[in-house]
Design a binder for this molecule. Structure first.
Ligand SMILES: Cc1cc2nc3c(=O)[nH]c(=O)nc-3n(C[C@H](O)[C@H](O)[C@H](O)COP(=O)(O)OP(=O)(O)OC[C@H]3O[C@@H](n4cnc5c(N)ncnc54)[C@H](O)[C@@H]3O)c2cc1C
Length: 389
């Protein structure tokens, strides 16, 4: 009798979400076949480490924690590296990939997000780089060799982390940002300005309320022309204007997508037996592009894939910003919440509490030594102001 083998669970992506899921599945089950596809070389590394690696003087190869071969052996999984998936036939449960067709029993999209490219003018617009994965970082290090000045387009969290890291490495940095102060979506003005001042002390120049219009070659460097007419000469241009969830594959297969691939509380997409996790996924209209939501989702997804449907419980997920010039710990309030920042300057740093219209604590930012108060304020989220102050 010819008993057909059950097709594997297939995971597209070998980032924190993809490899994390393979680990979580193997902790629960040694036998179910697991196959991963990745467009990159499949080396495991910590992506958050990319924006502190210059300070730590780490070359790209030194950031690798495990090779795909070692992962295949340790976890008893199959990894197809440099093998993009081109399309999903959700009805027949077949993928079309660079190495042919692949059947699946259940499919997980862990495709991450890609850097947004600004529509820049100028003869060097294509030479602007982004650092979103290990290969980008390798390229960045090569291009940085012997260079003294770097311009960063984008004054959000990632732009500020790279500004601090480059400044620590002795590079002169210009940051160009659209908003009036850095990390304006996460920080009140006074904290954003404190961060700018501390980085300015390390040699970072700020060009705010404007954006880059064009990049042209000049000598062996570049000239950036800003929308306010200012010109900045530099050796390298780094773009850090945000990421866009990779939704194309899912959308072409008929899945519901918004800013990300839409999933429910059990990480299911609108397609049968197709799930999504990590930077590519959208839950309740929100993207959650951090490690903590992936950590929260992994056990539930692994259980669900193995036949025990489970809903994810997301805890509060504070963010520690890697700007050692001005250490920041924050719990961002929900984007659509009306409220005001209540600011307190203390000897240990700035304490900013976000209080909503019902006078309840909904978020906070703590600088410097006040970061040690993180748990205290996390425990008081949702509490009335008079009980917390
Ligand atoms: C510089 C930087 C610093 C950060 N710092 C922090 C921090 O301090 N704390 C924090 O919580 N978060 C941080 N983040 C965010 C965090 O790193 C991400 O949320 C997380 O790594 C996303 O993991 P992922 O697995 O969803 O995506 P990724 O790691 O991007 O993995 C996506 C994978 O999908 C593959 N892929 C995509 N499309 C296809 C296809 N069609 N076929 C095959 N393979 C495909 C890619 O090759 C890749 O393997 C940082 C991010 C950056 C860029």
């Amino acid at each position: 009798m010819n008993i057909e083998q059950q097709p594997p669970i297939v995971i597209i992506g070998t980032g924190y979400a993809g490899y994390g899921l393979a680990e979580a599945l193997r902790q629960r089950d040694q036998q179910t076949p697991i196959v991963l596809f990745t467009a990159d070389d499949g080396h495991n590394y910590s992506k958050p480490g990319l924006s502190t690696a210059l300070t730590r003087d780490r070359a790209a190869g030194e950031l690798v924690t495990e090779t795909p071969l070692a992962l295949e052996e340790r976890l008893n999984i199959r990894i197809h590296t440099r093998c993009p998936v081109y399309s999903i036939d959700a009805k027949s449960k077949i993928l079309s990939t660079a190495s042919g067709e692949q059947r699946y029993s259940k499919l997980v999209l862990a495709q991450g997000a890609a850097p947004i490219r600004l529509p820049l003018q100028g003869d060097a617009a294509n030479e602007v780089i982004s650092v979103n994965d290990l290969q980008d970082y390798r390229h960045f290090r090569e291009r940085l060799q012997g260079r003294k000045r770097v311009s960063i387009i984008g004054n959000g969290l990632i732009g500020c982390e790279f500004a601090n890291d480059l400044a620590n490495a002795g590079i002169e940095v210009d940051v160009i940002g659209l908003s009036a102060w850095s990390m304006d979506r996460l920080l009140p003005q006074v904290v954003g300005e404190q961060l700018q001042n501390r980085l300015a002390d390390k040699g970072v120049h700020w060009h705010l309320n404007t954006s880059a219009a064009s990049v042209d070659c000049i000598g062996d460097g570049y000239r950036l022309t800003l929308q306010n007419g200012e010109q900045v000469d530099t050796d390298l241009v780094l773009s850090a204007v945000g990421l866009r969830a990779r939704t194309e594959l899912a959308a072409a297969a008929g899945a519901e997508v918004g800013r990300g691939i839409k999933i429910n509380g059990g990480l299911r997409t609108s397609l049968p037996d197709v799930f999504a996790i990590g930077d590519c996924a959208e839950i309740n209209g929100q993207l959650l592009p951090y490690l903590a939501p992936i950590n929260a989702a992994l056990p539930a997804l692994a259980d669900g894939l193995l036949g025990w449907p489970t809903m994810v419980q997301y805890p509060l997920m504070p963010v520690m910003v890697k700007t050692p010039a001005c250490p920041l710990t924050l719990q961002a309030p929900a984007a659509d919440l009306e409220g005001d920042w209540h600011i307190e300057q203390t000897d240990g740093g700035i304490r900013a509490l976000y209080i909503d219209a019902q006078q309840q604590l909904q978020g906070f930012v703590l600088t410097d030594d006040l970061g040690s108060e993180r748990q205290y304020w996390l425990d008081r989220i949702g509490c009335p102001l008079e009980q917390v102050a």
